[in-house]
Write a protein that binds this ligand. Structure first.
Ligand code: GLP
Length: 241
């Protein structure tokens, strides 16, 4: 497993070995890692090297330390590709997780100035304001607040919103979703939202804001989603020009 003649540094080889045992689920979230002493004996390397590998894995989020108790395997994060214009339901299904939704707020009201412009609406036209808690295998993952024009999506009901909004828009209403612009930034969770997401008050979240347009260019939705930073990471493939 550890090849002392390899040009790869020993700490790196230990890191890769531990990562593999996590990825193959030999070690599962919450399991304790063997002690530094045990690892250094098993691998026949110094404790310093083992410590460096563990520190790197803690910094990368694979492991966490608890004072006086030891080092444990973290819940592994979902990796989400940022390239496709996908729905939450599709994202969860793609990783064999069961999507769930709890509707927290559903309201119809005349649009306010700032949103009116962004959704290209006339004065006083009606919009939905929707707040949903999104779950994966019944675990809270994200909180989403969306604004959509009522005239584009008539007949939206709480029932529909407990399932997939995009499949209602595309399959029932036969509208074609075209493109979106999206930003990702760090934000701190509000006290109220921390209860819903079941995280500590004030922790960082990944805030994603999306403006989605139909294929014909009509603005469809404005969405603010707060994703749990301990559960999610975003991936993007980039190419050198
Ligand atoms: C993602 C997007 C939202 C979109 C939602 C639709 O979460 N960030 O902008 O409204 O997917 O998801 P679903 O079709 O599962 O309701």
């Amino acid at each position: 497993m550890i090849d002392k003649k390899s040009p790869l540094p020993l700490y790196y080889q230990v890191e890769e070995h531990i990562k593999q045992t996590i990825q193959s689920e030999e070690l599962q979230p919450g399991d304790a890692l063997p002690s530094e002493r045990e690892l250094s004996e098993n691998f026949q390397i110094s404790r310093m090297t083992v410590r460096q590998a563990i520190t790197n894995l803690v910094n990368q989020g694979f492991l966490f330390r608890e004072k006086g108790r030891g080092t444990f395997v973290s819940n592994q994060k979902f990796e989400q590709n940022l390239q496709g214009l996908t729905s939450f339901t599709e994202d969860m299904k793609a990783r064999q997780l069961v999507p769930g939704t709890k509707l927290l707020h559903f309201e119809i009201f005349p649009v306010e100035k700032d949103i009116q412009e962004r959704l290209s609406l006339g004065e006083g036209e009606l919009i939905y304001k929707i707040k949903r808690l999104r779950l994966a295998n019944e675990e809270p993952i994200a909180l989403e607040t969306s604004y959509l024009p009522v005239k584009l999506i008539p007949g939206l009901t709480p029932d529909i919103l407990e399932k997939s909004l995009y499949s209602y828009i595309e399959d029932e209403l036969q509208l074609k979703i075209g493109h979106a612009t999206q930003t990702v930034e760090a934000a701190l969770i509000s006290d109220e939202d921390s209860k819903q997401l079941q995280v500590k008050k004030g922790v960082p979240v990944l805030l994603i804001q999306r403006e989605t347009f139909l294929e014909n260019g009509t603005p469809l939705e404005l969405v603010r989603s707060s994703y749990r930073a301990d559960k999610y990471k975003f991936k993007i493939d980039i190419e050198r020009k």
